[in-house]
Design a protein. Structure first.
Length: 147
């Protein structure tokens, strides 16, 4: 399943809600398929001329134009892109890894119903925040590393 189909499946879980999806700048996160999903999902009155042609003109002219379209705050499904060189998503991945290794897998637990898993995760969040969490200080100054 490609990324646009994944987003569609997630949005379909709560079709009447607005959604904000936070992403890194991977090219598939700004794809033509995602633009077409946003147009179809929001029933946007985008003409063929406005949509344009990939690599030539309109919304599909470039990844930058596609990204601008997807970030539009008027859309019900809006995409936010983290700054380049940002490690915010990496921090979330690290935290989820800690959750899984130290709390879920370590206990060899099974969860039925889903509410039990949710309660266990919330308990771990309280414990983690009390004993281990600390502020993250971003030190990237915008200068690329020299090779």
């Amino acid at each position: 399943m490609d990324f646009a189909h994944h987003i569609a499946a997630v949005v379909d879980l709560h079709p009447n809600e607005a959604h904000v999806v936070i992403l890194d700048n991977l090219n598939t996160h700004q794809s033509e398929a995602l633009v077409r999903f946003a147009i179809a999902h929001d029933h946007l009155p985008v003409s063929d001329v406005e949509l344009g042609e990939k690599g030539r003109f309109g919304i599909l002219a470039s990844q930058a134009t596609q990204k601008r379209f997807l970030e539009n705050t008027a859309h019900r499904v809006r995409f936010l892109y983290m700054p380049k060189h940002c490690s915010w998503l990496n921090q979330i991945e690290c935290w989820v890894r800690i959750l899984v290794r130290k709390h879920l897998l370590n206990k060899r637990a099974s969860f039925s119903p889903l509410a039990d898993l949710e309660a266990r995760i919330r308990q771990f969040m309280v414990y983690y925040n009390k004993h281990f969490a600390k502020p993250f200080r971003w030190t990237f100054d915008g200068k690329l590393l020299k090779v």
